[in-house]
Design a binder for this molecule. Sequence first.
Ligand code: SF4
Length: 491
Amino acid sequence: MSRERLLTKSKYINGLQCPKYLWVKLNEPDRVPRFDPSTRHGFSQGLLVGEFAKKLFPDGIDIPADDFTINLNHTEVLLKERKPLFEVGIMVDNTFSRIDILKPVSKDEWNIIEVKSSTKVKNVNIHDVSYQKYCCENYGLKIRNCFLMTVNNEYIKQADIDPAGLLTMTKITAGVDRATDGIRQRVDSMVSTIASEKCPDVTIGKQCSSPHECPLKKECWSFLPENSIFDMYGSKNHAFELFEKGIYSFKDIPDDFPLSGKREIQKSCEISGKPHIKKKRISQFLDNLKYPLYYLDFETFSGAIPLFDGTRPYQQIPFQFSLHVVDKDNATARHYSFLADGTGDPRSEFISSLKRVLGASGSIVVYNQIFEKGVLRSLATMFPEYKDWVEKMNDRIIDLLAPFRSFHYYDARQKGSASIKRVLPVLTGTSYDHLDISDGMNASLAFLDIISNSDSEEGRIKIREDLEKYCALDTEGMIWIVDKLKELTND
Ligand code: SF4
């Protein structure tokens, strides 16, 4: 059997999610879209964490993993050394598994240690390790315990990273034993699926998003109408219930099918083609805005390995803000911005720059206040001299998301979402599509490129320009949204 057609642990997980995905991945891999930048970033974080995990076993042996055959041969020889082994390759019949860390215990047993860049043990991790254990035992190894090593998000970096503080081990033996029940039949069934000439016919379902968003979703879900019941606000349970009855569009939902208030609004907007506008509630919201208006937006990055002293894994580090200030009704906005140079901890300069341009009175308008308020609070913890100022700023924040999340304004083109990326184009005709950086995740990844210095000077200049354009559109877009809301309430 060729290496490509072996059942590996990632393919076992794919197979548990959906036999169709497993078949396509093995038989028609060109149909599977390339991983998106965020997923690729997750993989690179996993590799970084893995390197710190190895440091916890100073007598461990790192088995070269680039060449499949060399890895298998080295594993066979090194297992006799009874030392911790990294990147162990185990192949039995048509199954193959790579084990992050295999640690010898007692005379002839081993512990499996799987390293993840996440902060919690997930069910999918248990299945992942159960497959590793199955392969090891078929190979003839005795496995005593299984552990998951995850990132401890309480760890605070001081000077060099301490791997023992950064990582935490959870014993998952009992869960793995439960997940191993019936694994032989599952493996046999997946091996037959892979060998089959015909792609399994699978109906879309909850498995398409769990445990991961399936990369084939665009293909498999393409038969649904443009605005389908799966755009329903909130939980998808109702949508699946309707789907099972053969109902795909809002307009086909029977009148006696119970829908919550927001979903009822969605349905009536779909049928009428007209937006739902609660003028009185929008006016009440607008009445709370006090000039001068400060339209503010932050961009942040985070990672499994904290970069700066005093920060934790996955802590949001602000590196950019955009601020549009409108002094009075119909006045031209003034624009201020900050974008860190990427050479060190940006937080001190970020907060001092912000304090210089945020005046002492007037509303601060943001979109999704939890985020901006959280970043400000975290800055106040790091720089206590700003604590009082931050509290005053947070008291002045008004969340422009609120009228949309409450469906005081709703248009069917929002597809059940209140995000600014959906609201701005609907209300103003301006979208983010023309921008090279068009969402927060890509902004964060682009800034990490600047930090890592992996781009040319020209590339870095382009990224900085793109970041400036993106963040500025978020704040200028909020001005346009408020103007539009005013117009609607004056009609
Ligand atoms: S989108 Fe759903 S049905 Fe299609 S392959 Fe993925 S999990 Fe299976």
